[in-house]
Design a protein around this ligand. Sequence first.
Ligand code: HEC
Ligand code: HEC
Length: 456
Amino acid sequence: MRAILKPTPMVDGLKLSLLLFAVGITAACRKPAPIQETGAAASAAPTATLDADRFSRAGLVREAERFVRDAAFRRTELEHGFTNPKNTYSAERLSHYGHRTRGWDLLPEWNPKSAVITGVETAPASVPLWDGKVPTTWEQWTQLGRDVFNRYPLRSEVFVAYALENPVAGEKYGIHRAKDGTYPGLVRFIDEDGHAQHGITCALCHTSVNAKGEALVGEARRDFDFGALRLAVAEQTKSKIEPGLAGRFHRWGPGRADVTEDDDEDPVAIPDLWGLKHQKYLTQAGTIRHDGPASLMLRQETQLLTSNHQKIRPSRALAAALALYIYSLEAPASVAPESPRGKELFGAHCARCHSNAAGGGDLVSHAIVETNSALALGKARGTGYYRPPALIRVRYAAPYLHYGAVKTLADLLDPARLKPGFTGGQLGAGAIPGHPYGTELPKADRDALVAHLMTL
Ligand code: HEC
Ligand code: HEC
């Protein structure tokens, strides 16, 4: 048994038995105990010192070194890493990853020649991303991770050339030029067959660029409209898109993409990357268990490999470096004045779920939170749960909920949102069900809660 949960000394007898019950469930079927509506403490955090240590700077560097060198460790972490091993995301990884003599381990390692785009260059990219030296210090790891984030191509994309040739349309759909002259998220690179290509990187969705051209790494690019760009390219090249797919591209709108592998329609809002080390699960449906940094390294190694059509894989040092860079991202500090009343209300009505240092928390059954259940129940990444997202800079994170349905924080707390006559939704008229917390409070209290959320 790997999951050793040390109950804190403060836990009383009742909570302790609930906690042990939860551990039993986890061991038996790897499903987390849902948060109970009664507020019982099934969510009590494991406080094993190992966890805290693994996410310290020294712990992260140690874990990166181990991840690179220890194949058995990678496979064990993978086997422990999924909330629902049966969904297609988890099953594909369990069957292909870490078998040494078969599957993805046999793919060639790729160190792409890739360069950022400034819009004027004509020569193909010639410098490999990585000099081949495995970093040893925190600074070296995160520097390499930044290069991967900005330069490792996820795949080639037809809309890159389109957006560069049609800058007005590109700008409208979220392809921006930053102050330093680069287009964050776009690269030119040499693919594994030796062809010069345009590609996209992590920064396309996870770096915002404001009207002054200032880039903020880690903030979701909520004006990026993947579907609209694809439709624009199809129109320009007069190529046919199957009507069903065209409809889906159209409905996504800005800030959302369907990253799942199934046929259901479940586009997800691009999340900010703040405070992830405090989250015990990754992704909005909590698909990945996040006991240690190796979980994020595995996520990134397999993402870079599957997005490149399973033809090549990144060096493990690149995957580890990328994860350390993500953990290093810090949101700019808030300067808003505190709202003592709002803070108190948050403690009383919200903190039992939004319980960790980033304002995120443990999984909540979809049947309890009752928001749109397509993602939670989907075959691709579904677990039956949603994870409360971190609330750092939540004032800038509209539209809200995992599928980007609610326009403002005031709307989220407004009881009118739950009724059929509601017309203010981001995705059209009608009720936006679920997450009713706070809607029962008087208007003055809801205003105080919003004031508090604005300070986070
Ligand atoms: C096309 C847009 C897009 C690109 C490119 C992209 N992501 Fe994401 N990312 C998303 C979306 C959408 C989600 C939400 C998925 C979910 O919750 O199921 C997400 C989720 C994540 C998460 C989980 C966050 C959480 O709250 O648990 C991490 C970490 C992440 N991305 C990192 C990366 C990295 C690193 C790269 C580059 C290798 C990358 N992403 C490329 C759109 C993108
Ligand atoms: C029973 C657990 C629970 C309680 C209580 C709860 N939340 Fe949540 N919260 C969640 C879950 C789960 C999600 C994600 C739901 C989804 O996306 O479908 C969420 C999402 C949110 C979001 C959306 C964030 C984003 O970036 O989209 C905000 C804001 C939020 N909660 C604020 C609050 C406030 C304020 C309260 C108290 C009035 C509260 N929550 C009470 C579980 C809870």
